[in-house]
Ligand binder design. Structure first.
Ligand code: SF4
Ligand code: SF4
Length: 377
């Protein structure tokens, strides 16, 4: 019973937050609160669906520009920063950047593959304790499958050793997992594994075939990792079962915000099917929250409207404030419901946009809201 009321309280706190967001959104007054920063294009992993290895490392922002950017973001009202890459821990001055960010009073998350963490010194572990959270890329409880997807024979063992070390040091860890045809059948095992390990949350992202980085083309053959039509009823069953299991094990996750559209998104990505606003076939009134509250900066300084759209400027020749001004007309057009064609590919942010759309437009999205509530509670 206690847990039930805790969940209800958490839900209403979330609703209140979204109600405030909604009011500010309607008045066009939403402010940026989170900077997503790719601090390096180097990575020690070789994930089968990632184009990072094709990036031109010479174009990366230098340390002084990264520091200046973090200060600019703080001055604009940003409260939270997430370092990504590449792999943030291979960046030669990552520890200075962590110290600097924390010293400004900002909350910091790091998205990592976890491969180096088991070898960190006590001093480094102490620095990680100051972070809000570390998100670890983790795709399967089956070592061979995780290793195959992430591109290294001992990656499972190294990553899990790093996770155990962080948990032993009371560092907050979440898993981040890409759903593909290689791992969807293990979703329930993955939730169970997460719980057994002592990790309290896991967030999923359906595989997308588009390039993760605007500067380079997508890897050929990514389509081969999409679940096929014959897999969809099994995929739905696995997701529904995983939602129930995660609820029982008290593992925080975003599956209720994904379950309704994942199948259509996989269908949309099949060659020859990439037409139309696939999300509108699922959700009658889709709203974008991400472009208004998050700032996305690529390793080369590209200023992206979101993780999916092409950059609209570069920090090498402009301040952050000026670069963001160039996004205003796009934001206003999206707020009025006029999405550019590129948004048809929207993927990384659909889960949070989906939840926001339900709360902003509950009547138009009533059927989806009802299913979401049933899944969530
Ligand atoms: S997905 Fe992340 S860990 Fe994997 S290669 Fe790309 S940047 Fe590296
Ligand atoms: S791609 Fe998605 S997150 Fe990005 S601006 Fe379009 S709707 Fe928003």
């Amino acid at each position: 019973m206690n847990n039930f009321w805790k969940k209800i309280k958490k839900f209403f706190r979330g609703v209140l937050k979204y109600v405030n967001f909604a009011a500010a959104y309607r008045r066009g007054r939403l402010k940026y609160n989170h900077l997503f920063l790719n601090i390096t294009s180097y990575c020690n992993s070789n994930c089968v669906y990632c184009e990072v290895k094709c990036l031109d490392h010479k174009k990366d922002l230098d340390f002084q520009r990264l520091k200046k950017l973090i200060k600019e973001a703080k001055d604009l009202g940003v409260k939270e920063i997430s370092f990504s890459g590449g792999e943030p821990f291979v960046y030669y001055k990552v520890w200075e950047l962590i110290d600097y960010t924390i010293s400004l009073g900002l909350e910091l998350n790091i998205m990592s593959n976890g491969l180096m963490i088991a070898d960190f010194s006590e001093e480094k572990m102490a620095a990680l304790k100051k972070l809000k959270r570390i998100f670890i890329s983790f795709d399967s409880p089956v070592a061979e499958i995780h290793n195959q997807l992430r591109g290294g024979a001992d990656f499972f063992q190294k990553t899990i050793a790093g996770v155990k070390k962080m948990l032993a040091n009371d560092i907050k860890v979440s898993f981040a997992s890409v759903i593909s045809n290689q791992n969807y059948s293990q979703l329930e095992d993955l939730i169970k594994f997460t719980s057994d390990l002592g990790v309290k949350s896991i967030f999923f992202q359906p595989l997308h075939v588009w390039s993760n980085y605007d500067a380079v083309k997508n890897i050929k053959g990514k389509e081969d990792l999409l679940p096929a039509k014959k897999d969809f009823s099994d995929l739905r069953k696995k997701i529904k079962n995983s939602i129930v299991l995660a609820k029982n094990l008290e593992i925080d996750n975003n599956l209720p915000a994904i379950s309704q559209w994942i199948k259509n998104y996989f269908i949309f990505q099949q060659p020859g099917a990439r037409k139309g606003k696939w999300i509108e076939n699922i959700l009658p009134d889709y709203k974008c929250l991400e472009i208004f509250t998050k700032i996305f900066i690529d390793c080369d300084g590209g200023v992206l409207p979101c993780a999916m759209l092409a950059p609209r400027g570069n920090l090498k020749n402009k301040s952050l404030k000026k670069s963001l001004l160039s996004l205003e007309s796009l934001k206003e057009s999206i707020r009025k419901g006029n999405f550019p064609k590129e948004c048809e590919q929207c993927s990384c942010q659909v889960a949070s946009n989906f939840t926001f759309s339900l709360l902003l437009s509950p009547l138009k999205n009533l059927k989806n809201l009802a299913e979401f509530i049933c899944d969530k509670f």
